[in-house]
Design a protein around this ligand. Sequence first.
Ligand SMILES: Nc1ncnc2c1ncn2[C@@H]1O[C@H](COP(=O)(O)OP(=O)(O)OP(=O)(O)O)[C@@H](O)[C@H]1O
Length: 320
Amino acid sequence: MTTQDTTTDTRPLARLTGVSRRFGDVVALDDVSLDIAPGSIVGLLGPNGAGKTTLLSLLEGRRRATSGRVEIFGLAPDDPRARQRLGCTPQETGLPDTLRVSEVLDFVAAHFDDAADRGTIAAEFGLEPLMRKQTGALSGGQKRRLAVALAFIGNPRLVLLDEPTTGLDVDARHTLWSALRRQHERGATIVVTSHYLEEIEALAERVVVMGNGRVLADDDLAGVLGRVGLRRVTLDRVDPERVRSLDGVVRVDDVDPAAAASGVTVWVRDSDAFVRSLVVSGAPFEGLAVRRATLEEAFLTLTSDADASPAITSHERMSA
Ligand SMILES: Nc1ncnc2c1ncn2[C@@H]1O[C@H](COP(=O)(O)OP(=O)(O)OP(=O)(O)O)[C@@H](O)[C@H]1O
């Protein structure tokens, strides 16, 4: 460990300053500035193509920014000293089919000066019963667990996880979340991308929402949930115009006016308050149903908000 690695060091572990990345005509990242403070779990949330993987690949030193500056531990991302203290799990990981789980852990650990104890990592990620199995014989979920465990084997200060639980069932996802929380309690700083709001809620303290290569929101979990935690209310046989003016309505998705009887979708922040004001209004309706908006649905609203107003950056203000 270097003298820089003290628990009192509050300098950002990673910093992007005015970073853009193009692929031909595609602007994958558009003037992104971001600091990752030590000790945090940062959720990077956004729909397909938002730029999350590109951002991680710049931090990992796998790609270079077209413009702007990327630093990791105060170093260039492709500096071997930076790589020593960084753990990553890409979206897809190839594991050597014929190596046993224990051998893969040892092999990766051998690349680091200050590797974690193999037994501890195996226990935390539920790999102990699998240690003698060849990775080719693991289930998809077991492989994923191993891939994420490998990100921690080098005792990293910063871990970048790209959609760590995609494709896992609910139990496997919860097991992995617990393991990640334990690693965080031990001092790891984690940046995790996800499409799942539940995952970000379970793990992240700070949430950066991305869309079209830009940072749309950067706030604590509660702040972002307030923006994206919409409820979707569907109603039959209701007049959309009467609904539109009710309390807390963010958006009404009109149906064909001739088919007003067949259903209207209303996006609200507080469904209880909306239902109360609907009843008080006396507007007739039938078949009311409420569910949480999916993240993709919430992003659509956030993206249209962003066109009208600058991104929220209260995290930056708080940490300034
Ligand atoms: N190697 C590449 N060549 C060309 N375009 C690319 C390349 N990598 C990414 N892009 C484009 O850059 C944009 C951002 O992609 P990126 O993979 O960073 O998004 P993402 O938020 O990680 O999406 P997902 O959630 O689907 O993984 C997309 O428009 C994508 O098509």
